[in-house]
Every structure is written in C-alpha cells, then in structure tokens.
Design a protein. Structure first.
Length: 242
C-alpha cells in the first residue's frame, strides 16, 4: 500500500460508509457464530490503522499485526496492542486465538495467501473462527488497486477452495457490496485512461455518505443471513476443526 494511503484511511474510516458497513458486518457475524462473546482472544491480522481492532476490544483481548511501520504508527494512536509482522509468518504460538479477523489482506502483493491461511489455521484454537474480507473478481481492476498494491482479487469459489485446502470448514461465504459493482465496472474502464494511481477512499458530501452508510448497513444485515450472487467484495466465515 502507498504510504499516503494509511493517513487517508486513518482520517476517513470512522465515518466512511465502506468501513462503517464492513466493520458492522464483521461484528454481526462474530456475534452470530460466536454467541458466547466474553473473554475471546482475537487477532486482527493486517489491522491497518486499527479502528476495527479497537471496536473488537469489547469482546475480549485483541492484538493487531501489520507489516507496515506506517500502519503501526497510526494504530498506536488509537491505543491498541499491535505488533509489526507479516501474516505470512505470525509471531504467535500454535492454538493462541479464538478468532482471527482479516480485512483486505490476502489480496496484497506482499502476502502469500496459501502461507497466510496456513498461519491462520496454525494459531487458531480448535473450533476457532476466521472471518475474512477480500476484494472480488480479478478482472475488475481499478486505480485503487494500484494504490493499495493489489496482487489478486477473488471469486467466491476460489476463496472457498483455498480455505478448504488450508483445513477450514466453511460456515458462510458470500459476495458483499453488490450495489457498488455496476459503478465499479464503469469506473474500471475510466481508470484505464488515468496515468496515476489514486484512492477510492475520499471524503464525500455528508448527505451522500450518510445515505450510502444506511444502504450498506441494510445490505450487511441481509448478507449476514443469506448469500448474495455478486458484489465488489467477499466475506467468509470459516472454522478450524474441533
């Protein structure tokens, strides 16, 4: 990820509809699949600037890891427990965590998704959950992908196969942010003629952001209980065998 993007995320993620709805969905799924939520030990793998890590602290002990020193700098401002480390080789003992959350990490150029999933499996306790969010469709390439150093975007089938090969049992997997996909496809054609990478995380008019937040919070609730046929991203909940 470009260094400038960490500051951009830090300044926008508390209110931006994408982060508000994504974090809400992850917390809803955690509540659904781990109804006993007291004293969980949670890893936020690739925690970025740490807002989701902070939100998860009400469920137990949470630690974040990120390979970027810039991410660590901003995450520490939020007062979270964070280590600088790659998800390809986590600095934890076997069977250390009840839950692993990882948002928009597996896609990254510095991440080997096979190694990362192996590491997630290793450090999870038996019966532990991993909740993943990844970008959808590798044919959908945006300028934003250059800004955040995207290596690969996934299909549901592809991610499901990778999780199963890593030893996980799929509890739920679905596309998300379906309403954004048509606009993203149009933007991908426009972006081909832009010479420079740029972020899609920008401050927008309050009315539009509020409207989109409400729309995608509703979609997130729907996605937590059913499967959507397409979308800009994918969310998956998987379990390590007990």
């Amino acid at each position: 990820m470009e260094i400038s993007e960490y500051k951009n995320i830090y300044q926008n993620e508390t209110k931006h509809f994408f982060y508000v709805s994504t974090h809400s969905l992850i917390i809803d799924l955690l509540k659904r699949f781990r109804p006993s939520l007291s004293s969980l030990k949670i890893l936020d793998a690739g925690c970025g600037t740490g807002l989701l890590t902070k939100k998860l602290m009400k469920f137990g002990e949470v630690i974040g890891v990120d390979i970027s020193s810039e991410a660590v700098k901003y995450a520490k401002k939020r007062g979270i427990n964070i280590l600088q480390s790659s998800v390809n080789r986590l600095p934890f003992k076997n069977k250390s965590f009840d839950v692993i959350v990882s948002v928009d990490v597996l896609y990254h150029k510095q991440v080997n998704d096979k190694k990362a999933l192996h590491e997630f499996y290793r450090v999870l306790k038996p019966g532990g959950l991993v909740i993943l969010r990844v970008a959808g469709y590798n044919w959908l390439r945006l300028n934003h992908d250059r800004q955040v150093h995207t290596r690969h975007r996934y299909t549901v089938k592809e991610l499901e196969e990778k999780l199963i090969k890593a030893g996980f049992t799929i509890k739920k997997i679905t596309y998300i942010q379906s309403l954004l996909l048509p606009a993203a496809i149009i933007k991908s054609f426009i972006d081909k003629y832009k010479p420079h990478a740029e972020s899609d995380i920008v401050q927008m008019p309050a009315f539009i952001n509020t409207l989109l937040t409400k729309v995608f919070l509703i979609e997130s609730r729907i996605a937590s209980y059913t499967s959507l046929p397409f979308g800009l991203g994918i969310i998956a909940v998987s379990e390590k065998e007990k």
